[in-house]
Design a binder for this molecule. Sequence first.
Ligand SMILES: [Fe+2]
Length: 285
Amino acid sequence: MYHHIKKLMFTVRVGQPDPRFGNMLLEQFGGAHGELAAAMQYSIQGLNCENMACKDLLMDIGTEELSHLEIIGTLARMHLKPMKKDAAAAEHDPLVAIAGGGGVTLCNSMGNAWTADYLKVTGELDVDLRSNIAAEARAKIVYERLINFCDDPGTKEALQFLMTREITHMRAFMQALDSLGKPPLSIGLIPPTPGIVDQYYNDSTGEGDDGETDATGPWNDDPAITIVESPALAGFQVEAATPKRGRTNSKAEPEASTSRSRGKAEPAAKAASSHPAKADKSSRG
Ligand SMILES: [Fe+2]
């Protein structure tokens, strides 16, 4: 159950209202990475969650996000309020001034209505936790940008608090994901197809206008990885993806396949131009 207490989680003080900035703040009120989206995402995930410890975490953070929604809404309202009577202020956002009376509605900074399409709820706990880690990272960077565009010390204080909590939540979701003890590439129950899972398709080739060429990184410079050069141009085509009976077992899962040699032939695919990683590494970076 929910209970409202007439007190903000963080005391909001605004020196000089800035309607232009108030409009930016709406991004964290009714926007894709905002507090309502976070509150609903975690709370709805919590309703679906059968792991009681993680359910508790999801409901704790989902509820805290509602308190954040209250803070950011109060803050935005304080900055937007001059639009109620001041024509010059109203010009910053006629929609907020005329339709909203200088108050907050569940819209983002562009006036688009909040939508449940923002939410990532899959009913698979580890997948949801990954979405939440990413959601907190997105919210953090939006708060950081708001802080950078803000002149009012009191407003900055509140935004600093909200931004900090995103990192706290991000850490908690990372720890919850860790606590499940799943190998990092283990999603769901059906294992990926051996061979295909370790192919790297070099689909962007040539030299760009700024001199950029193929790059090398851990994603393709690994003995376990087979690089397939320009698959579309080379007529590369995967003929079958379902592993033959007996081939799919825990030993074939990607995290256990690091002993495979680079460039080994792929049984499940016809690699017309599959060859070991380029010998000349200096040309790839
Ligand atoms: Fe938040």
